[in-house]
Write a protein that binds this ligand. Structure first.
Ligand code: ADP
Ligand code: MG
Length: 378
């Protein structure tokens, strides 16, 4: 069954009211397809493009099926990054703001253990976690996930990738075998699907990617440049196109640092995000970017996954990403929730082959943009 309005789902008045407050009335394609099986307790594997509302596709069913009379954790959501975990927990809190007694706790690295322990002692129904810190709590016995009903892996392909798979296997072993499990991602390789079948019994598979009208509307440009000209042309793109909310991705932390300093010296309002910055500052920087305190955020790929900042006009790939999937996750920070966006990718001579591979993989048809004239052409 598919649904075309949230009304057909007979949502609780609390969730319905919160959706109405958020101006959300028509379910997106992935929500139409995933909500019914999620609500019926089936296992689900859903692939849908960036920015198409996957968070509500699992957030709504979780909230609808909470039992407010028990004091154990009922839903566990795993995220590959701390920023995404915080974003998911704030979205779910907001969606559940009319549910009396709802408690959502994020369990992420870089935050004080004692504070998290105190919050966990207050019996949250929902926990949003990054794997490392969750395992830390499990080993100290400060959390129990043995009674969860639902386990979500957001950005599932990243979670089942080499870096995380060991942690995920361990976490799984602490959960009950009869739980519902659902995977959500914009990209999902064959290998990842094969791993997921080990864990997921008879899943309902949802694949939104092929439908043209559901793809984000992102105009893609390639700019052929020498490495040394990249900073100047970055500044040109931002000023000549009058961009006021931009994300720039570099492949390494050191490039992020250097470029941040360079663009600052040009007088541009920039800040940056990477793994060496302490969590508190990362949260502040993310918050300031959301609120438009500065307009250019330069980051490594940590910030690409799942992050939803409204109205990002453009993404600049300062370096061609190292993995094909990264390209989709990076550019997917713009063109969200039906809006339009632009993506610019700098390609140096050495990066040409990598870029050709990305074009083949994504079936993109990028346009060439003249580096000496990167403004909007008539
Ligand atoms: P994804 O996880 O697919 O990348 P998100 O769940 O982060 O996407 O949602 C992207 C944006 O779309 C969010 O700001 C969210 O509030 C908004 N959104 C979600 N569902 C709807 C809907 N049915 N109608 C309008 N906006 C929506
Ligand atoms: Mg998401």
């Amino acid at each position: 069954m598919e649904i075309h309005s949230f009304r057909t789902l007979n949502l609780s008045k609390e969730v319905e009211k919160a959706l109405r407050d958020a101006g959300v009335s028509i379910p997106t394609s992935v929500q139409q397809k995933a909500l019914p099986p999620m609500m019926d307790g089936y296992n689900v594997i859903a692939r849908a493009p960036t920015g198409t509302g996957k968070t509500f596709a699992f957030g709504i069913p979780i909230l609808e099926y909470l039992n407010m009379n028990v004091d154990y954790i009922q839903a566990l959501i795993l995220s590959p990054t701390r920023e995404l975990a915080l974003q998911i927990s704030s979205e779910i809190k907001n969606l559940g703001k009319y549910i009396h007694g709802l408690s959502v706790v994020s369990v992420i690295g870089g935050q004080r253990m004692d504070v998290q322990i105190r919050k966990l002692k207050a019996h949250p129904q929902i926990v949003v976690a990054t794997p490392g810190r969750l395992l830390d709590h499990i080993s100290r016995n400060t959390i129990s996930i043995s009674s969860i009903h639902t386990l979500i892996l957001d950005e599932a392909d990243e979670m089942l990738n080499m870096g995380f798979i060991k942690d995920i296997r361990k976490i799984m072993s602490y959960t009950p075998s009869d739980k519902q499990i659902a995977l959500f991602s914009a990209t999902m390789s064959r290998e990842v699907m094969n791993i997921s079948y080990e864990y997921i019994h008879r899943p309902v598979e949802i694949d939104i990617a092929p439908k043209e009208e559901d793809l984000p509307k992102i105009r893609q440009f390639i700019i052929t440049v020498a490495e040394k000209d990249k900073p100047r042309i970055t500044a040109d793109i931002i000023t000549k196109r009058s961009l006021s909310k931009v994300m720039i991705f570099c492949n390494t932390k050191s490039k992020v640092r250097t470029l941040t300093a360079r663009l600052r010296s040009y007088g541009l309002p920039v800040d940056c995000l990477h793994g060496d910055i302490v969590q508190k500052s990362r949260n502040r920087i993310m918050e300031e970017f959301r609120n438009g305190v500065f307009s250019v955020l330069i980051a490594t790929d940590v910030a690409a996954r799942g992050i939803d900042v409204a109205d990002i006009e453009a993404v600049i790939n300062y370096d061609v990403p190292l993995e094909n999937e990264y390209y989709l996750h990076r550019i997917g920070r713009t063109g969200r929730a039906g809006k339009e966006g632009e993506a610019f990718t700098f390609v140096s001579y050495a990066e040409t082959a990598r870029m050709n591979d990305i074009v083949r993989f994504t079936h993109a048809e990028p346009e060439e943009l003249d580096p000496e004239n990167p403004g909007i052409q008539e």
